[in-house]
Write a protein that binds this ligand. Structure first.
Ligand code: NCD
Length: 303
């Protein structure tokens, strides 16, 4: 039995296979509409979510399955002091697969050690978010046709942005990748991601605070929200929250085929004036996330 806790739990071939299943779902949705008949997905969300939870639910419904779960920690027995391990053992009695989001790094991993059904990490603290990476990979594949020889700029909160950590892990396996890290000094990419992922895989990377200076190089610009809930004090958040605001004038020097990505939710990082620019891909990511979660559920349930 497999779980998905870290994007590297899957080989490059397995990720390619998920992308091809997702593309087949897009082309032939009716072929998949009963594949998970009689199966149940439990969504255990101890942290707020719109896209991740609802796309998991939509994915399971579109496969003909059912969904149960909770969307806040306060409505579960966690509020009474139940451990993640006990919750995982309990839910294993009711469901066939779990998607769990938790504010503590490693909580979905602990759940996977105690559950008797597959567990999917739907975001653990400031650590990882592998299913957002699946959405991002399908988007890059559909926009760029592949993953080699791309220059990707990550901009914003690279310290706490878990989607950034997971996507860098996935992209580090391809060749000719260049990473440009754009953040305030206080929100730079954690050292362990630089040493264990970028340096270990000989990925060339640069760090800067200046988005406009690097804009002309980029094939992909991955914007992120400053992660308010992970700050120790509100003053720091208020000082840093508007470090980068992408407005149309900042795209003057950008490539004509730049892909602008964002895992969403957006707060103020991308002006709504950019939404109609053909280079804006963030709502495409939302839809791609549903297809990849469908492909993932099929894989983990071995349907
Ligand atoms: C992201 C997350 O939860 O990490 N959202 C998402 O799942 N698409 C990004 C964020 O919250 O900023």
């Amino acid at each position: 039995m497999r779980s998905l806790i870290d994007i590297l739990d899957f080989t490059t071939e397995e990720l390619d296979q998920l992308i091809s299943v997702a593309n087949d779902i897009i082309a032939n949705p009716q072929k998949y509409s009963e594949k998970c008949k009689g199966k149940k997905l439990a969504t255990l969300f101890f942290e707020p979510s719109t896209r991740t939870r609802l796309s998991f639910e939509a994915a399971m419904y579109e496969l003909g399955g059912n969904v149960l779960g909770f969307s806040e920690a306060n409505s579960s027995s966690a509020a009474k002091g139940e451990s993640v391990a006990d919750t995982a053992k309990t839910v294993s009695c009711y469901a066939d697969i779990i998607a769990m989001r938790h504010p503590k790094e490693g909580a979905p991993y602990v759940a996977s050690l105690n559950a008797s059904i597959p567990v999917i990490n739907a975001g653990d603290g400031g650590h990882n978010h592998p299913t957002q990476t699946l959405a991002d990979l399908l988007t890059i594949y559909r926009e760029k046709g592949g993953f080699n020889n791309l220059t990707i700029g990550f901009c914003g909160d690279l310290k706490f942005g878990r989607t950034v950590h997971s996507l860098i892990n996935a992209l580090a396996r391809y060749s000719g990748i260049k990473v440009v890290l754009i953040s305030p000094k206080e929100l730079m990419l954690p050292g362990y991601v630089k040493t264990d992922v970028l340096e270990k895989n000989n990925i060339s990377y640069t760090e800067t605070t200046d988005l406009e200076e690097v804009m002309p190089q980029l094939d992909i610009l991955y914007m992120t929200r400053v992660q308010r809930e992970r700050f120790f004090n509100e003053e720091d958040y208020l000082r840093l929250k508007d470090s980068y605001v992408l407005t149309p004038d900042k795209l003057n020097e950008a490539k004509s085929d730049l892909s602008i990505m964002h895992p969403l939710p957006r707060v103020n990082e991308i002006s709504v004036a950019i939404d109609d620019d053909p280079r804006a891909c963030y709502f495409k990511q939302v839809l791609n996330g549903k297809y990849m979660r469908m492909a993932l559920i099929l894989k983990l349930l071995e349907v």
